[in-house]
Design a protein around this ligand. Structure first.
Ligand code: F6R
Length: 624
């Protein structure tokens, strides 16, 4: 987690660094800072405990003139409490070396003990600070203490000391470093934590994520694990950790920086909820068999023969993406294709059961979630092939997977995932349709009907969004409640889980999602008079059972908001209804989740919570 920015060039360095940090705040936001160097070897460090806005104010009040390179960081605390002392950038004892870091240095205690024994004084509780002191040692060992050292000697020494420092680190890291004696070069390295450089004209950028600098350039190079970059204003050289120069291809990002702006909505989350029809449409476009040719197969390199040969699918992901996996499992099983779904962080022993016949489907909006990447590596080691479903071009997941199916949702900035989930569902429905057609589980006429139904979903999403006012009213009515229950069955059970997760994340209230049939086996005991219960009950095979479960809950005092369609409303008795347009039973999750997202949003709004940046969370979780 944590966001890193770096800049070198003749533009306003501090502004560019701070602006980049604002765009990366979704990665963490408990403290932040920048360090810049000018042409006279002076280094300026500004840090705050709190959000980037506070840093912005500080930098505006005390501007740094003549800065020509620098690094910035917005933190999500791992080692050491959120405080100014623990905020990055961190310095060595001389105050000349500055480092920003994302990840965890696993051997930092060993390193710290040795450095302290050697006389180094630490100012923070972080693992990161060891990197700065280690660098100080390496620089010393290369004998460049004298101020008179010639400029042309400085760059190779900086690089070599950095290389040696990186070689001593164990764990995960994306780091960038500045040395005040070498203002013409920034250094960066990556191991298990995302890092990308942006190529400008007479200026270059470093960041954890392209959104930090998309405003300035769309041409980027993604670093792989074990790679370093020496970034100067007129060029960038790439190296392996062994110091061998390596050639890298640049890619052009299609996203526009304005796609990441709020566009008139109060919050990114609300804007992104409203972008869901487009997200699904973009994900489906041109990829639907039998209507749209075999684009999907060509894109992913997954042939009909391979799809026929798969013995089972294994979905893995975290959080919201895991809920998409659960929908995927039901969908594939519905077509008679064996499928399992696991939370990536609990995949440990199951990974060993993977084999050549298993297709692991790893779902991740960011493509950088550490738990998911780790599970993918374990599955690959056991012989499975991996298909990645992700929204992020060039992410680590795409580089490690055998096949990639992109969702085309555009950047998701709100920490609570909404449109990325819809994109993931759309990708799963595409995949399931292709598998079912390839394996004969759908005849060509059925495959056509399936595709036609799927193509209607974006319009039905728009219709669902028209219910926003009613949903907002229901949310306001229950906003004071400290407990919420969400129930459903079959393919909508994961939607009950997602509804509970959304409200927990952004309103900090207690919420549980349950398989409705499971309520009577224990959880029903928690129901009290007036407890809000959101029941997802569209028309389908489990409707009668749902109706019974809702009655049981009502009998114990639950106040029920039912998510229904016109037909199922006749069977369900509730105090409030949100009536959705009708679609095929299997496709309902793409509609039923929307009222739950909006419900969570309006409860959080009524409670005046920080919706786009909920406490304790970060959008991209790059630690295990
Ligand atoms: C919830 C949410 C998280 C993510 C999870 C996985 O709203 O955003 O639960 O879904 O951290 O993230 P990705 O999809 O980037 O792997």
């Amino acid at each position: 987690m944590c966001g890193i920015t770096g800049y070198i060039g003749d533009n306003k360095t501090t502004d560019i660094l701070v602006d980049g940090l604002k765009r990366l705040e979704y990665r963490g936001y408990d403290s932040c800072g920048i360090a810049v160097v000018d042409g006279k070897n002076s280094l300026y460090l500004k840090r705050v405990s709190g959000r980037v806005d506070a840093l912005d104010k500080l930098v505006t009040a005390e501007p740094v003139k003549g800065a020509q390179a620098g690094v910035g960081h917005t933190r999500w605390a791992t080692h050491g409490a959120p405080s100014e002392d623990n905020a990055h950038p961190h310095t060595d004892c001389t105050g000349q070396v500055v480092v920003v870091h994302n990840g965890i240095i696993e051997n930092y205690l060993d390193l710290k003990e040795k450095l302290q024994a050697g006389g180094h004084k630490f100012k923070s509780e972080t693992d990161t600070e060891v990197i700065a002191h280690l660098m100080e040692e390496k620089l010393k060992s290369l004998h460049v203490q004298e101020k008179s050292a010639r400029a042309e000697m400085i760059e190779p020494v900086f690089f070599e000391a950095f290389r040696r420092t990186v070689a001593d680190l164990k764990g995960s890291f994306a780091l960038s470093m500045v040395w005040s004696r070498c203002p013409a070069m920034l250094l960066a390295a990556r191991m298990h934590s995302p890092l990308v450089v942006g190529l400008g004209k007479g200026e270059n950028f470093i960041a954890s994520d392209v959104s930090a600098f998309l405003k300035y350039t769309k041409r980027v190079v993604f670093l792989n694990d074990g790679e370093m970059a020496a970034v100067k204003k007129d060029g960038i050289d790439f190296y392996t950790f062994a110091g061998k120069k390596t050639a890298k291809e640049s890619v052009t990002i299609q996203w526009d920086s304005t796609m990441a702006e709020k566009g008139g909505y109060k919050h990114f989350m609300l804007k992104e909820i409203h972008e869901q029809a487009e997200a699904v449409e973009n994900t489906l476009r041109g990829r639907l068999l039998p209507l749209g040719g075999n684009l999907l197969e060509t894109e992913m390199g997954l042939t009909a023969a391979t799809m026929k040969g798969v013995s089972a699918l294994q979905f893995i992901a975290c959080g919201t993406a895991y809920h998409a996996c659960l929908v995927g499992r039901v969908l594939f099983e519905n077509f008679g294709i064996p499928a399992h779904a696991d939370v990536a962080s609990e995949f440990t022993d199951r990974a060993k059961l993977m084999n050549k016949g298993t297709l692991v489907v790893a779902i991740s909006q960011s493509g950088e979630t550490a738990d998911t990447l780790f599970a993918v590596r374990e599955a690959k080691a056991a012989g499975a092939k991996v298909l990645a479903i992700t929204n992020t071009v060039g992410s680590t997941l795409t580089r490690e997977a055998d096949h990639v199916l992109y969702t085309h949702c555009g950047p998701e900035i709100g920490v609570a995932s909404t449109k990325a989930f819809l994109g993931q569902l759309a990708a799963i429905y595409l995949l399931a349709g292709h598998f079912a057609a390839a394996r004969g589980a759908l005849s060509s006429a059925e495959a056509r009907r399936y595709a036609e139904e799927l193509l209607k979903i974006p319009r039905l999403i728009e219709e669902t969004l028209e219910k926003e006012t009613e949903i907002a009213k229901a949310a306001e009515a229950f906003a004071a409640s400290e407990h919420f229950l969400f129930i459903s069955r079959h393919i909508n059970y994961p939607i009950a889980l997602e509804g509970a997760l959304k409200i927990k994340e952004i309103s900090y209230v207690h919420a549980e999602g349950y398989a409705a049939g499971e309520m009577k086996h224990g959880p029903i005991a928690i129901i009290y008079k007036g407890m809000p219960l959101l029941a997802v009950a569209p028309t389908g095979r489990t409707l009668e059972l749902m109706a019974g479960n809702i009655e049981e809950a009502k009998a114990r005092g639950a106040d029920v908001v039912a998510i229904v369609d016109a037909a199922s409303k006749k069977t369900i008795k509730a105090s409030r209804y949100i009536i959705l347009p009708e679609t095929g039973e299997l496709f309902t999750p793409m509609l039923t989740v929307i009222p739950l997202q909006l419900f969570a949003y309006y409860v959080a709004l009524a409670k005046k919570c920080d919706i786009d940046k909920p406490r304790n969370l970060a959008k991209s979780v790059t630690v295990r």
